[in-house]
Design a protein around this ligand. Structure first.
Ligand code: DGJ
Length: 720
């Protein structure tokens, strides 16, 4: 376990996952990545063969070419024709050659300066490899941290300029891996607004496939992650490797299969609109990447990632704290609310057992629609019928916690803030703005703006008894041009991220009792960078239960269930127009952190009774969903008409099954459950029915649903 060096090999060993790097006269080669090899010794022979048109650094060794070696950094100009991981402009060229000069084994994990990192732990070891380019006087530090209890290795790097001339970084990926030829498939999580995290699975073939964002946020349409698996891998079989970036801004992730069928993976900051001036005696750190491995299929890979994210990335205050059932007034009222209406909603919520009342957009400035007032974080006391403190007290008096919506990164042109500081938004001088939702983005690369936001939200939080914040972000960044010269502007997008991380780390550290939920028009920035500070995320603006199934499915690949807010909304649904039974809406939302987002006051008595029963039932099930192991039993792919998910927690098993379209003269599905004890008895809660674990695993349970579209069933078993 941990890191060890034997001769010219470095063994980086996590729980059941190893990487072995070879030092071949200064070149770093990736000898193995995959199953843990324990204390076995590896030879240090490398594959060598003369390949046509491959460059050789040594004229006497035609069999050694960087184009055919598996590496962890890729440099161009030295005969490796694949995509490089590092490109630095040094005077009139960008050819660098980094050779290993030193190494160090550090106990524990490290933080990346200014960027989100997993919490520092001593149950890990870190390998530091120092490489130098003697010509340009650049030093590259590579870091690999192996965690004792996880099948995850984290990696980042730092480039230091020890020379006397400025250089310009044009690309510095966080991690790169070259893998042997095999039949691979690639999974990515794409989609669009309101259909985030759509799982895309494809065969890998010669050429480059990349996903990237240049939106200033990771975006709805892509997730900073890749999963590479053996062709045909299933939930319970096959080798799989996930690469994830802990960063919320512009990113790129690619896979390249070269002319010999070998594969290169890379992930890091996107090159679009990015360069970094590296002054003498300064350094630049890449964001951190996570590499997670499973040799038992995709479910195990997901569980490994979910548990690492929950226990090492999410705030320890919230990782194991049950999340409150909330009511959010957005789809209940939109901007059109009064104090009386809010209190009526809160009244009903309290009676139904809901625990947190969230006041969404529209409580500040002159914000009666989405065209104005962002930036004017002054309570509109006329609209609220009094102070915010009064409203909070009244909500608290009903036994509910109080939450508030904010969108700090934005500014409306029609706002006092814009009138005072027109230069605070992101813009190109002498060009008109580009609008989106009629709003502009504040330049968080400007320290003055970050300082202003710290003070503003500090004041709000210090003076109000707020229990929860929904941090929204409703547009992407355009018109980047605040720098006084080109390269300064090229640094703006990353500086924005540094400013954002500084702001959110300050606020979350100052107010640890406040539960923060991130949102970017739903899942427009649902990534590990934000999750480090905000332990909950509003996964999509699409609140339709059926549309939500693939979104929740996609999220489950890498993120823990406890990170995901899921709300029951009105029927017909506001985004999809679909009519779905309240039972099914409840069952689907109960596969995440349950909330409600509809006008409770307009519901019939029987609907209210049903919601009351749902809330009370969820409180029983909550630890199973939020802390349990997650299993995908039936996935919502293109051909599937049904979805089934299982959670195991202590002696409890919860299975949720949803059938989308009603069918006639077909047999109902038999679900075979996972990871139970064969010899144990499990009782179906609410009935006297008892099954052996063996029966549930091998014979399974045949579902029995009434006819109708969008029907679901929830089964809770308790081990006896
Ligand atoms: C977009 C969010 O995703 C919604 O939930 C809501 O908060 C609106 N913004 C408010 O403007």
């Amino acid at each position: 376990m941990g890191i060890r060096k034997e001769e010219n090999l470095y063994y980086i060993e996590a729980k059941q996952f190893s990487m072995i790097l070879e030092n071949r006269e200064g070149y770093l080669l990736l000898k193995h990545i995959g199953k843990k090899i324990g204390s076995y010794h590896f030879s240090n022979s490398i594959y060598e063969r003369d390949h046509a048109f491959s460059g050789n650094p040594d004229p006497n060794i035609r069999t050694f070419s960087l184009d055919t070696q598996r590496q962890v950094i890729g440099l161009h100009g030295l005969g490796d024709f694949r995509k490089p991981s590092l490109v630095v402009e040094c005077g009139n060229h960008s050819v660098t050659e980094f050779k290993l000069v030193a190494d160090r084994i550090i106990s524990g994990s490290l933080e990346v300066e200014g960027l989100p990192s997993p919490y520092v732990t001593d149950k890990a070891e870190t390998l530091e490899l120092v490489l130098e380019d003697v010509v340009t006087k650049l030093r590259l530090y590579l870091y690999y941290t192996a965690y004792e209890d996880y099948d995850t290795i984290t990696s980042f790097n730092r480039l230091e300029n020890v020379g006397s001339d400025q250089v310009v970084i044009h690309r510095q990926l966080s991690t790169m891996l070259d893998l042997p030829k095999s039949n691979y498939e690639l999974l990515t999580f794409q989609g669009a607004y309101a259909r985030e995290k759509t799982v895309r699975r494809q065969k890998v073939s010669q050429g480059i496939f990349s996903i990237a964002s240049n939106r200033g946020a990771s975006g709805h349409a892509q997730t900073p992650a890749l999963i590479l698996c053996q062709e045909g891998s299933q939930e319970d079989s096959g080798e799989a490797l996930a690469l994830q970036l802990m960063y919320s801004g512009n990113f790129q992730a690619f896979i390249q299969e070269n002319q010999l069928g070998e594969v290169r993976l890379g992930i890091g900051i996107n090159d679009d609109n990015f360069s970094w001036e590296l002054q003498p005696q300064s350094s630049f750190s890449s964001p951190l990447a996570l590499i997670t491995y499973s040799n038992q299929g995709l479910t195990q890979l997901s569980q490994e990632s979910q548990v690492f994210v929950r226990d090492e990335i999410m705030s320890p205050v919230y990782a194991h704290q049950e999340r409150p059932v909330l009511i959010n007034n957005w789809e209940a009222t939109y901007f059109d609310f009064t104090k009386d209406k809010l209190l009526e909603l809160a009244d009903d919520a309290a009676q139904l057992g809901i625990e947190l009342f969230v006041l969404d957009d529209g409580w500040f400035g002159n914000r009666f629609d989405d065209n104005r007032s962002l930036g004017d974080w002054v309570v509109n006391e006329e609209k609220l019928g009094g102070t915010l403190a009064n409203l909070i007290d009244e909500v608290h008096a009903k036994g509910l916690k109080f939450g508030l919506w904010v969108e700090p990164e934005m500014i409306s042109e029609n706002s006092d803030l814009y009138r005072q500081h027109p230069d605070w938004c992101i813009q190109v001088p002498n060009r008109s703005h580009t609008y989106s939702r009629n709003q502009l983005v504040l330049n968080l690369a400007n320290k003055e703006v970050v300082a202003y936001l710290k003070t503003t939200f500090d004041t709000l939080l210090a003076n109000h008894d707020i229990d929860y914040i929904k941090w929204d972000m409703n547009r992407n960044i355009t018109n980047i041009g605040n720098g006084s010269y080109y390269l300064e502007t090229q640094m703006q997008s990353h500086r924005y991220m540094l400013g954002l991380y500084e702001l959110v780390s300050y606020l979350t550290e100052s107010y640890p009792h406040v539960l923060f939920e991130s949102c970017a028009g739903g899942g427009g920035r649902n990534d590990l960078g934000m999750m480090r500070y905000f332990p909950q995320v509003w996964a999509s603006d699409n609140t339709d239960a059926i549309a939500r199934l693939p979104i929740q499915y996609g999220s489950s690949y890498l993120y823990p269930t406890i990170s995901m807010g899921a709300h029951v909304s009105a029927s017909p649904n506001h985004q999809m127009g679909r009519t779905t039974p309240l039972d099914t809406r409840g069952h689907v939302a109960m596969m995440g952190n349950l909330g409600y987002e509809l006008d409770l006051t307009s519901l019939s008595q029987s609907e209210k009774e049903l919601i009351k029963a749902q809330v009370s039932h969820y409180k029983q099930l909550r630890p199973i969903v939020q802390f349990g192991q997650h299993y995908r039993l039936i996935n919502p792919d293109e051909v599937s008409n049904e979805v089934a998910v299982q959670f195991n927690y202590q002696d409890n098993v919860l299975v949720t099954y949803v059938r989308i379209q009603s069918q006639i003269e077909t047999m109902e599905t038999t679900l075979k459950l996972k990871d139970l004890e064969e010899g144990r008895l499990y009782q179906l809660v609410g009935s006297g029915q008892v099954y052996s674990g063996a029966e549930l695993i091998y014979a399974g349970l045949t579902m029995s649903l009434v006819q109708g579209d969008y029907i679901s069933q929830q089964l809770h078993f308790q081990a006896l």
